[in-house]
Design a protein around this ligand. Structure first.
Ligand SMILES: [Zn+2]
Length: 411
């Protein structure tokens, strides 16, 4: 139904354009080069015949596939992001096509001996016989999330070419800067005008997600007192030792490296310090809202305790919420997950429904009034040199989009 070569060509035309985002920048998009792909996407949307195509001053792109039926049905949306992660370079991506994958080691780069091996990346085994697109070992691939962009455009093109498939109005949205947590914040939900949407931004085939972490960041600043070490007795306060007490008082096993599934954590990601002042930066994560609030309390109480011990305010703590679990916004409209699940099952895809250990643009959009679960885009090993995507998974994702459009019009 969908030509493999066609989808591969489109994907390659997107990943070979560098769109790395930059967390240090204050502009939107955060990097000028994201316009290079954004402008191309607008042309591609025109070429396939979509309507109401717009790109705003921040490079947010929207377009419409009009309804081809008489009755009123919900307007649905599909969203993905065109930036790539600043964790690893996305310049000069040189995709390798592995046809009829034999299930063995793939040499990404012979001169640097970089191997993509199923012994380490076990998911590879399920793609034996398929067509894999990999990197040359020196860059990321950008399947996150140019696979999602490719799939949405290809699905819209397919629907334009197959008017016998009946569907309601479909809106599509492409955003910059998702990888630096700013994909949703300038997204105009009312202009988008959909009843609900899906981000095409998950990983392996079958993934369907409507739960993510509640998230906060904590900055703990500890004030000490520097005195000449030779005359310090009873006078010096070494902020680094107090920081050590703070760190050791939090549960050692409730950290990213000791948790999975729905288990939350405290993650100490940065320490900067000297005698006079030490700063600890944490992120706090939990799927459960009550546990999440409790974690924030634990940190505040700990600061108070230490201050009481020192009989003065040595520990200052500032906690800021970052995003929330979309589950509470999606559960009241659970049919939007059910439709996606039904679409996958009708295409012989086993849905993999699990809580995301992170956030998505969809979680922020859900709290902005656009309920937005996340669907697989097909890639693996995001944000690094081992990233790859099977062409067959991208084709399946296209079919899921088409099927969701079809099922929504029938409900
Ligand atoms: Zn992504």
């Amino acid at each position: 139904m969908i030509s493999k070569q066609h989808i591969i060509n489109r994907f390659i035309s997107y990943v070979t354009i560098d769109t790395e985002s930059d967390p240090e920048s204050n502009t939107t998009p955060s990097t000028e080069k994201q316009w290079d792909l954004a402008n191309k996407l607008v042309e591609d949307l025109k070429d396939i015949g979509l309507e109401d195509i717009s790109i705003d001053e921040h490079a947010y792109i929207m377009a419409t596939l009009p309804s081809n039926i008489d009755q009123e049905v919900p307007t649905i949306g599909f969203i993905s992001h065109f930036d790539t992660s600043p964790d690893f370079t996305g310049a000069n991506v040189n995709p390798q096509i592995i046809e009829n994958y034999d299930g063995k080691d793939i040499t990404l780069n012979a001169s640097e001996n970089i191997i993509l091996s199923p012994d380490y990346f076990e998911d590879l085994k399920q793609y034996k016989g398929q067509t894999l697109i990999t990197t040359d070992g020196t860059t990321l691939l950008g399947a996150d999330d140019k696979a999602g962009i490719t799939e949405i455009i290809t699905a819209m093109e397919y629907l334009v070419q197959h008017p016998e498939i009946k569907h309601g109005k479909i809106r599509i949205g492409f955003t910059p800067d998702e990888e630096i947590g700013r994909g949703a914040h300038k997204f105009d939900v009312s202009k988008f005008g959909a009843d609900w949407a899906y981000t095409m931004d998950g990983s392996q085939i079958g993934e369907l997600e409507y739960e993510n972490f509640n998230a906060a960041g904590a900055v703990v600043t500890i004030k000490g007192k520097i005195v000449h070490p030779g005359y310090a007795k009873g006078k010096m306060i070494n902020s680094m030792y107090i920081a050590q007490d703070f760190i050791n008082s939090l549960p050692r096993m409730e950290t990213p490296e000791h948790t999975s599934g729905r288990e939350g954590f405290f993650h100490l990601h940065t320490i900067k310090g000297n005698v006079e002042e030490t700063q600890l930066q944490y992120i706090i994560r939990d799927h459960d809202k009550e546990h999440f609030e409790a974690r924030k309390k634990v940190m505040k109480n700990l600061a108070n305790e230490i201050n009481a011990q020192h009989a003065k305010k040595v520990v200052h703590i500032e906690i800021k919420d970052q995003y929330f679990n979309m589950r509470e916004k999606v559960e009241p409209v659970m049919h939007i997950v059910d439709i996606a699940e039904e679409a996958m099952k009708s295409l012989d895809i086993t849905p993999i429904i699990k809580p995301i250990r992170g956030g998505t643009d969809g979680s922020q959009l859900s709290f902005m009034g656009l309920p937005c679960p996340n669907i697989f885009a097909g890639g693996h090993n995001f944000h690094g040199r081992y990233e790859y995507v099977p062409a067959e998974s991208m084709i399946k994702a296209v079919e899921v989009i088409v099927k969701i459009a079809e099922l929504t019009a029938k409900k």
